[in-house]
Each structure stands twice: as C-alpha cells, then as structure tokens.
Ligand binder design. Structure first.
Ligand code: 6R9
Length: 645
C-alpha cells in the first residue's frame, strides 16, 4: 500500500501556504493550545466586537455544549461582501455558468454588494426579521447566493432545501423549523430539463402554509401566483433601496439550518452558528485548496448540500475569492462540459464528487483530452470514499499527473473539512483522506468504545471540538446528544468506519449505520422504507445499500406486499414513482425484490446484515442465521435476488 505514494510536487510546495514542517508545527499547537491557536486564527474575520473567550466546549454526555468566540459579534455578509469592496470591488466574486453553455455572468464584489443589499431589503419588506427561518428552494443561480447572504445580513436563519426534493419533503422541512417565508424560482433548469420549483412549492404549502413566497424569474414559464402571498422578486427589488446595514450578530447566533439524513426518523435540522462556522469554513478553504489571490475556484456541488454552503458561498467569499457557480449537470450538453468550463473560465482549483468522476470516466478519455485544462492546478474530491481507479483516472487524465488531489472527508455536521491532505504538505495515497486539519483530533474505537492505537480499523470518532462543529439539532438538543454523543460517551461519533495505516493516514471505509450514500447524497434507509410502506399495497419494506459502479451505493429495497397483491413489474415501477414523489428522484430504488417474508429475529428485529449480504450478491457468507424466527425465508430471498454479479 505504502508503495503507492505521490510526493508533493516541488512547484506546488514552493507556492503553498503550508509546507510539511509548517503543518506539523501548526497542528501540534492547534491541539496543545486550542485557545491560543484559534484565538489567533479567529482574527481572519472582521469582528464588530472582538471576542475575549475562544473555546468553551463540553463533550460530557450529561452536558454537551459547544461555544466558540462566544462574546464576539460580527456579521457574515459584511465579512463575505462589504469588507472586500475597498481592495477588490471590481474583482469577480461569482462567475455564474448557466445550464446553457452559451450563457454566463460575472458578478463583481461591488455588484454582489448591491444585490445582497437589495435582497435583504426585499426580505425586510416581507416582514422577515432577525431570528426568523427562511426556506430557500432555488436552482443554482446567483440569487441563491444573494438570498443566503441577505438572510445573514439581517440575521434571519436560512434553511436551504435541495431543488430535487419533492413537495412532501419540502413541506416537512418548512414545518420542522416553522419557517414563514420561502424563496424559490418559477422553474429550475438542469441538463436542458425544467424543474417545476414553484409548482412544488404550491403543493408543499398546502401542507405547510407560509405567509410569503418570493419568486425569482428563471425560465419565464407560466406559473400561478397567489395574491397576498406570492411576490415576484424583481418587482420587489425595483421598489427597495440598495442599502441595508448588516445586523450585529453574536458569534453563537444561528446562521443556518440544513436538514440531513440519519439512521432513524425524519431528517435532522443541523444548526450552524455565525462566528466559529465562518472562521472554520474560510480557513479550510484557504489552506485545503491553497487558495491565492486571483485564483479561480470551482466547486461543482449544489447549494442545497453543505458543500455548497461552505465551499461555494461562505468559505470562498469570506476569503475574497472568485467562486464559480454552475447551474447544470456534468454531462450536458456532453460529457466534456466540466473541462470545457475549466477552459472557458480558466479554473485553477476544481472540486467535485467521486460519483461524477466515475460517470465521466465511463464516458471515455477523449472528452477530457480534447480540452486544454492548462489552468488547472489542484483537484478535490468530496462526498464519499473515492476508489483508487477513479482517483488514478482523475489524477492522470484530468490532472495530467501534475495536479494534487485533495480527498476531503467531512460531514454536514462538521461544517467544514476535517480530514484532508494539504497540497503543499501532504504526500498523497489514492483512496486516503490522509491526515486531520488543524484542531481536529480523530481517533478510532472498537464497538465498545476502546481506543485502538497504531495501524488499525474501527469506528471514527473525534475527541474534541473544532469551531465549525454543529451546535445542536434545531429544536431538539436531546436528539443532538443522543445521535452523536451517546454511542461513545464523551466522544463525537461520526457514523463512519475508518482504517488508519502505519503512517497515521486515515482511510474512510463508509457508513457503519443505516445511512447510505447514493451519488454522494446521504439518505437514511428508514426514510425510504417509510415512503415504501406508505404505499397502500406494501405491508413491509427493508432498504439497504449495495455497491454500484457509478453511484457508489445503489438502493436495494425488499418489499413485502399486502395479502392478495400481485408482485408484478408494473407494481415495481409504481413503487419507484411513489418513492420519487414522496422524497425526490435521488431516493429512487435501483432494485426492488418482492419478498414473501423478511429475515427477523425472534424478537421481530429485521436482520439487515443478511439483507445487505444478499443485496451484495455475497450470500455464501451470511454468518449465523440460527437466531432467525424462520430461517427458510433466507432461501427464498437468495433465489430471487436482483443483483447477480
Ligand atoms: C461533505 C458531505 C457525509 C458523509 C460522511 C461520509 C461520506 C464525505 C468523504 C466521505 C469518504 C470522503 N464522505 N466525504 N467518505 N471520503 N472524502 O459529504 O457531507 O452529505 O453530510 O455526508 O459522506 O460517509 O459521513 P454529508
């Protein structure tokens, strides 16, 4: 394994902010003296009232409490916009590349300032105040960034819902945080196809009513507007001034809520706050991507996910960077799109997900090699483990062997990157997220919570807090404690399995809970199961992940039908459509197996271990099945398995 090491290229080391020696020194200080270290690095932001206290955190199971910079005050939009006006007002802040390859727009920091102020005043005009929750359901258009920053400017808490979620999922998220205002668009546009966002909002608000819906015009298609509730953004923006003073916020005031899936129940509203989050997002953006003034940086995520929050909007803009925002999909109009956009805008730093890399790898090298990519200097990966084949292709074909790859491991809950190479400091090993970022103390424990030393494998925990950590689950602190601090008392449990090699490098092996990762999107198997059992013909369902060449994991559903229902192919299609409409297209089952019975223990617990094995087509190693209430169901499941390699 250690034979396959890629040393830091000399030219990368020469220009990098951090080299190997500096990493070692800074890392040591960050864990030995967190107050001193973060007290210093917190100054990368402009504070209205400087903090005097830095770290005040407790992982004690009976009193989990996380506060950073707690007596400081600041405003996130002032840090991401206003403070750059003097030095870089005419520099591009956002380069927006539309779905249509012939359309793009450059927004300077001055223009961004104008737009964010307008948007903030439109929100004020609709009665939105500090502390209110605003749901954002927008496509990848610049208004998404304006809306986020406008909320931050007036102290409103945004909750972005990915445009691929169904009206039901949207309604549930509106209701969960009691949001009274939605920002949406008439339609989205992805890969030439229209996404009916406003129509989805209309359905959602039947279940979760709101006072106002602000609609941005994107496609101009016909939509319905309800008098007294729905307003066009452009009409309102015409009426308001472009000056709105940023509100003074405490470091620990919430900045946003973002819903994410866990192993049980409905998605959790992950709460991130103002000061620590922005310090951490901006610092990781600078050092992990080795961002220098003038670089063009592109993260291909959607702002509906945490990666879009931290590494399209907040981190880069806090650093005065030029961030590219892409409306489309990797394969439209053809599989060369990413690299054509890199050439068009001279992208230096490119950050995407393994699922996209694998899909493009399958489309053939010629789509890459016909482009120049000479501007590219650094590549990044996020969202799921990257298999060495995809890593090698990304490195050799896309990066022509000269661009390091930063494989960044982190989570919605962590706010920013926790385990990652630094391009000027870290020799790379394909498939390893390598080493912890400053202030991050990973450890590996066994099932009982014993620390495992040296080269080992087990469950990944973090032993102490870092500034970007989530603070609570919105409205349910106890759920926060139970989800992350109860498995191993006194430790933050990530839900991921992990190996550490002899060089101290970390290799994330994937989720060890009932969360699956489909094309980099996180999903609770319980959510898909409850969507399936909501169908009148389904009596019971169990969902597991199975290895999928492109998506990383596919969704495999075992379904038991109601007495008398026929297990037909058309019913399978009906169930897929049903799940899509309940949750969204990202939750569509890839394989459905009708099962007369599911393997259960005598106490009625479904034995998922067995279902996973069968879904993986590795049923010769089922392990002990003697505790099953009815061992015969397993033979039927094997005979009728859907994934035959
Ligand atoms: C940022 C993001 C988090 C889960 C996480 C892990 C997986 C993310 C990874 C990775 C291996 C990487 N994950 N990055 N696994 N290597 N570089 O993706 O957040 O959507 O909350 O997902 O994704 O399993 O626990 P989120």
């Amino acid at each position: 394994m250690s034979a396959n090491v890629f040393p830091v290229p000399a030219d990368v080391a020469a220009r990098a902010h951090i080299d190997e020696q500096k990493y070692t020194e800074m890392y040591r200080r960050s864990v030995e003296d967190p107050d001193g270290f973060w007290g210093e690095h917190g100054k990368r932001l402009d504070w209205i009232k400087p903090y005097s206290r830095v770290k005040n955190t407790s992982y004690d199971f009976h009193n989990v409490s996380i506060k950073w910079f707690e007596d400081g005050t600041l405003n996130v939009s002032a840090n991401c916009v206003d403070r750059h006006l003097e030095t870089r007002g005419d520099q591009p802040a956002i380069i927006w590349e539309a779905d249509d390859p012939n359309e793009h727009k450059v927004i300077t920091y001055k223009e961004l300032h104008h737009e964010v102020n307008k948007f903030a005043n439109v929100l004020h005009g609709q009665g939105v105040k500090k502390g209110d929750r605003v749901t954002i359901y927008l496509p990848m258009i610049p208004e998404a960034a304006y809306a986020m920053l406008a909320c931050a400017r007036i102290g409103a808490i945004h909750s972005i819902v990915f445009g691929g979620f169904s009206p039901d999922s949207l309604a549930q998220r509106i209701d969960s945080c009691k949001s009274n205002c939605i920002i949406t668009a008439d339609e989205g546009l992805r890969g030439g196809r229209k996404v009916p966002l406003k129509a989805n909002v209309d359905k959602a608000v039947e279940k979760a009513p709101v006072d106002c819906v602000i609609v941005v015009k994107r496609t101009g298609s016909e939509i319905t507007m309800k008098d007294g509730r729905d307003v066009w953004y452009h009409d309102e923006a015409d009426r308001v001034s472009d000056h709105c003073a940023p509100v003074e916020m405490n470091a620990e005031d919430p900045l946003f809520i973002l819903y994410t899936s866990g192993s049980t129940g409905q998605p959790k509203g992950v709460v991130h706050t103002t000061g620590g989050y922005l310090v951490y997002a901006s610092m990781t953006h600078k050092y992990v991507f080795d961002y220098h003034d003038g670089d063009v940086y592109w993260c291909t995520a959607d702002v509906g996910w945490v990666t879009g929050h931290s590494y399209i909007v907040y981190g880069p803009l806090a650093n005065g960077a030029t961030t590219l925002m892409f409306e489309g999909v990797p394969t439209y109009p053809g599989p060369g799109r990413f690299w054509e956009v890199c050439d068009k805008h001279n992208v230096n730093i490119f950050y995407t997900a393994p699922t996209a890399i694998r899909a493009l790898m399958g489309a053939g090298d010629e789509h890459v090699t016909k482009t120049s990519r000479k501007s590219l200097r650094l590549l990044g990966s996020v969202g799921e483990p990257i298999n060495p084949e995809a890593w090698t292709w990304y490195h050799n074909v896309v990066g022509e062997g000269r661009c390091p790859i930063v494989d960044t491991w982190w989570q919605t809950e962590t706010g920013g990157i926790l385990i990652t190479p630094l391009p000027g400091a870290t020799p790379l090993k394909p498939g390893s997220a390598t080493r912890p970022f400053f202030g991050v103390q990973p450890a590996i424990v066994d099932a009982e919570g014993n620390f495992l030393d040296g080269a080992t494998e087990g469950n990944l925990v973090i032993t102490d807090s870092w500034p970007g950590q989530m603070r609570t689950v919105y409205g349910d602190h106890e759920r926060f404690v139970q989800t992350y601090f109860a498995t191993y008392k006194g430790l933050y449990f990530t839900g991921d399995g992990c190996r550490r090699d002899g060089d101290g490098y970390y290799w994330i092996t994937g989720r060890v809970d009932d969360v699956i990762n489909v094309s980099g999107h996180r999903m609770g198997t319980a959510e898909v199961e409850s969507a399936l059992v909501a169908h009148p013909k389904v009596s019971e369902a169990a969902v597991v992940g199975y290895p999928h060449d492109i998506k990383g994991q596919g969704i495999y559903a075992y379904v038991t039908l109601m007495e008398g229902e026929e297990p037909t192919d058309s019913l399978k299609k009906e169930l897929v459509t049903h799940v899509r409409s309940e949750i969204g297209p990202i939750a569509s089952p890839d394989l459905i197996q009708f099962a007369p019975g599911l393997p259960k223990t005598r106490s009625g617990k479904i034995m998922r271990r067995i279902l996973r094995k069968i879904a993986e087509d590795s049923f010769d190693s089922l392990g002990d099945t003697s505790t099953l209430a009815d061992p015969a169901v397993v033979d039927d499941l094997i005979d009728n398995r859907q994934n035959r390699a």
